[in-house]
Unconditional design. Structure first.
Length: 674
């Protein structure tokens, strides 16, 4: 409640149009809502959160981003910026460079893309489960505040203010600093003591920031001020010690005092949100936390380098201390060796570990002046598969190695084709005789595929979302990104690529007749309108989600052996014919299933299990482990419900009707029933 009161005092949030609109929607939906400002604010934040918890969160998030882009991304670049670019060109010895209309548009495009990219980092982070430890009011405060500031001035140790003519990117996302900021404000408004985190400088035997100065900072309750302080004094730099990899692993056990973990990593510039006490407490509530500490200048293992966060017996994330929490180039052997201790859990990270080892080896040879091999170029330009790392962004070494090279010649060399068979523009890609196109192809206004000739390989996304017929459509053999065929109502004549690295959108397809999907899909498959699985053959591997919201029967359906994300069967009322995959990394949504007859789960489900309308547990055999929650909201009896010790330990919560709580808590006292 203190958080809502804070927002009310700072923004009068309940009086805003957004808050009033949310209140109207709640009342239209028949929900009871008081006139108290804090209740209205809480309702608004709940509505705001629906963007991230809808049945299709990816699309909701994209829609939200588009709104932000329209409102916040620069549209009119000030003349002073172009003048500055001319001045810089003269100072670099390039003479008087004319700023043509074409160059103005290119400069504007680059500025807009940079702003979108920096904004996306914040949006994606707050939309991810990594930020679940923060209360909604704190997310709102941090996000709204961030939108009003620009880049950080290291000399002044402060952020500039953002306006419509600001050309700078949005502030860099430092997760460690952000965790400290939210933790500090939370303690402040709760009336708790907030200690000055700045230690005594041994050279001058006094604090670099006095307690009095720290109190002044604390009393501002200003995000930009807090964030600047955290960047300067909480996120320290120990990069000169990275070549030293000798050290030790230390395990902070589930349920352990979070301060032990926080105090061991805070102040080393890891970028880990775990450096915030509230975040560390939440994470240790879920499982063990393994940290590798390398030796400092005195030979003591104090410098945090690697983190492996567990949710019970499952690896939730692996983080390093390089850019955006990537693994630094020296420490990979330590991580590779440690992952072997986790058996099958560690194997899930094998590709990332191998990719980072290979990247480090290529970088080492490149630094020594060796030329790239054809295989190196294939890898660096991610022609066959994306280079995967452990951080939130691409490893910066990739760009550093290729940014000043002739990309066209490199790709041609990697593929054994002529440079003129590589394209970078849509016009060139569709002109014929192109083997490889680097980038997206936006054909979103096209209603017919007649005369359309694609390259063999497209690295990005193909937008054909208004195409209603596949007649005459021959897609590339390989698409690295997404294929959007959102309006296609029939698969007749459709031949999809052998490999799709992103998402396949076939939302309007009502029948699977004639549909042949790729053997492997890197992300998700959306078949929102499919009412029958007859004739449907799914890929062996789907890296993301599978959506079947309109499917009422599983007859004839064979699911992949591996689904990395969520399986959504929103309207399936019977499990007859349903065989679930051996591995499901996300949730299994069966909210309309009324009987467990014929239902067999895999041993492990990484997310939640939704069985909201199941009235009887007879015949229900749950997985051995569930990473999140189990929803059994409509059970009329506890009879037949069997919960193993392993399941109870792994599961966050089990949602059951109130009338069954007492009986089930007696049967399973260790379980967390809600």
């Amino acid at each position: 409640m203190k958080g809502f009161e804070f927002l009310q005092g700072k923004y009068k949030l309940n009086k805003t149009e957004e808050s009033q609109s949310a209140a109207r929607r709640s009342r239209i939906a028949g929900e009871s809502l008081s006139q108290k400002p804090t209740d209205e604010i809480e309702n608004y934040l709940n509505r705001f959160g629906e963007i991230l918890t809808s049945s299709n969160p990816g699309r909701s998030l994209d829609a939200f981003k588009k709104i932000l882009y329209k409102k916040l991304i620069i549209q009119d670049v000030p003349e002073s910026y172009f003048t500055l670019q001319q001045k810089l060109a003269r100072e670099l010895g390039h003479g008087d460079v004319a700023v043509t209309m074409e160059s103005r548009e290119e400069i504007k495009r680059v500025l807009q893309e940079d702003q979108r990219t920096s904004l996306n980092l914040w949006v994606d982070y707050f939309a991810s489960s990594d930020s679940d430890v923060y209360p909604d009011w704190a997310k709102y405060w941090a996000f709204r505040s961030m939108l009003g500031i620009s880049s950080y001035d290291k000399k002044k140790q402060k952020f500039g203010k953002r306006s419509k003519s600001t050309t700078a990117q949005f502030p860099e996302l430092d997760r460690e600093a952000l965790a400290y900021v939210v933790d500090t404000l939370n303690k402040k408004i709760q009336g708790n003591t907030v200690p000055n985190p700045v230690n005594v400088d041994e050279d001058v035997e006094e604090k670099l920031v006095s307690d009095e100065a720290f109190r002044k900072i604390l009393n501002t309750e200003d995000f930009a001020t807090y964030y600047a302080f955290a960047i300067e004094h909480v996120s320290a730099d120990s990069s000169e010690l990275l070549p030293i990899i000798e050290g030790e692993w230390r395990t902070f056990k589930k349920g352990e005092d979070a301060l032990n973990l926080v105090q061991s990593i805070q102040g080393y510039g890891t970028g880990w949100c775990t450096a915030g006490e509230s975040t560390a407490k939440a994470q240790l509530g879920q499982g063990d936390f393994h940290v590798y500490f390398s030796l400092n200048k005195l030979g003591k293992p104090t410098i945090p380098r690697l983190a492996i966060r567990m949710v019970d017996s499952h690896i939730k994330e692996v983080r390093g201390v390089a850019h955006q929490q990537e693994i630094d180039p020296f420490i990979t052997p330590v991580l590779t060796d440690k992952l072997k201790d986790f058996g099958t859990e560690g194997k899930r990270y094998e590709k990332k570990s191998k990719d980072m080892q290979r990247l480090t080896e290529i970088d080492r040879r490149h630094t020594n002046g060796e030329k790239f091999t054809r295989e190196d170029l294939h890898f660096l330009y991610e022609i066959d598969s994306e280079i995967q790392g452990f951080g939130y962004e691409k490893d910066p070494r990739i760009l550093a190695m290729i940014k000043n090279r002739d990309k066209r010649s490199d790709i041609a060399s990697a593929l054994g084709i002529k440079p003129e068979q590589v394209s970078f523009t849509q016009e060139k890609a569709l002109g014929g005789n192109i083997v490889y196109h680097d980038g997206d192809l936006d054909l979103s206004d096209l209603t017919s595929a007649e005369g359309l000739v694609f390259p063999d390989h497209v690295s990005g996304t193909i937008y054909l979302n208004k195409l209603i017929s596949a007649d005459g459509l021959t897609l590339p053999e390989h698409v690295g990104g997404t294929i959007d065929l959102n309006s296609l109502t029939s698969a007749k004549g459709l031949t999809l690529p052998e490999h799709v690295g992103g998402i396949i959108y076939l939302d309007s397809l009502t029948s699977a007749e004639g549909l042949t999907l790729p053997e492997r899909v890197g992300e998700s498959i959306y078949l929102d309108s499919l009412t029958s699985a007859e004739g449907l053959t799914l890929p062996e591997h789907v890296g993301g989600d599978i959506y079947f919201p309109s499917l009422t029967s599983a007859d004839g359906l064979t699911l992949p052996e591996h689904v990395g994300g969520t399986i959504n069967f929103r309207n399936l009322t019977s499990a007859k014919g349903l065989t679930l995959p051996e591995h499901v990394g996300g949730s299994i949504n069966l909210p309309s299933l009324t009987s467990a007859e014929g239902l067999t789960f895999s041993k492990y489900v990484g997310g939640s299990i939704h069985l909201n309308k199941l009235t009887s547990a007879e015949g229900l055999t749950l997985p051995e482990r569930v990473g999140e929650s189990i929803y059994l909201d409509s059970l009329t009896s506890a009879e037949g419900l069997v919960l193993s010790d392993e399941l109870i330990e792994s599961c966050d919560a089990i949602y059951i009707p109130t009338r069954l709580l007492e009986d089930l808590r007696k049967l399973y006292p260790a379980a967390h029933f809600i």
